[in-house]
Design a protein around this ligand. Sequence first.
Ligand SMILES: O=P(O)(O)OC[C@H]1O[C@H](OP(=O)(O)OP(=O)(O)O)[C@H](O)[C@@H]1O
Ligand SMILES: Nc1ncnc2[nH]cnc12
Length: 237
Amino acid sequence: MTPPADAAQPAASTITNPTVLTSSTELASTTTTAPVQDASGGDSATTAAGSSELASIKTKLLASLGHFADFPIPGIKFIDILPLFRDPAVHVDLLRALELQIQKEFGADSAHKPDIIVGLDARGFLFGPSLALRLDAGFVPVRKKGKMPGPCVTAAYEKEYGTDYFQMQEGAIKPGQKVLVVDDIIATGGSAAAAASLVKQLGGELIGYLFILEIPFLNGRSKLGDVKMVTLLETDE
Ligand SMILES: O=P(O)(O)OC[C@H]1O[C@H](OP(=O)(O)OP(=O)(O)O)[C@H](O)[C@@H]1O
Ligand SMILES: Nc1ncnc2[nH]cnc12
């Protein structure tokens, strides 16, 4: 199967901590258009308190992940993000951390305020719509082939354990709209690169990717080209 023909340059953002992406670097001095306010009236992600809150939440989120050997096929170490949604307190923490991470990474640059959050089938649907509401953006799904009515654009891709097809409904993104692609995990990067190809087919402007978790040894970010990639957590498994 031919993977999407996206560029193969490493993404701009670099991860330094092998386990938790804490805020060791200075936080952005300004915020996105949907800032989170802290108790002092400042934007949370710009304060030391915001930075410390983000680090603390990340530790809790990492501890909530599940780990399963040989699923869905032998040799795969499957990381289960579903426990993040079982406990409402952890679910709230997750959304808060994603919002803070976006503030930190994208700052107030209006060029990086998304019009549309694109979530990938199926786990990107678990948090994409909630995040879109927080960012005052629309939500558009990328689905596996054959699930949506009407004319669709299609992209084939290979992932860590197989080949698949993604689709997006024609007209779901208007030409020139700024798009942030979100998903739970980036492994080989095949799924995210296919989603990017669909966004481009519809004329959207891809401004970045956001993942809850990265599996770095699979080097998925090498498939994403020169587009900003933000990840909350990473694992060395
Ligand atoms: O970086 P990649 O190698 O492409 O892998 C990452 C993708 O794999 C998983 O989805 P999966 O295709 O298993 O579908 P699901 O969400 O429906 O379980 C995961 O939710 C990502 O979408
Ligand atoms: N190792 C993994 N764990 C969970 N989801 C995945 N999607 C692709 N690879 C995965």
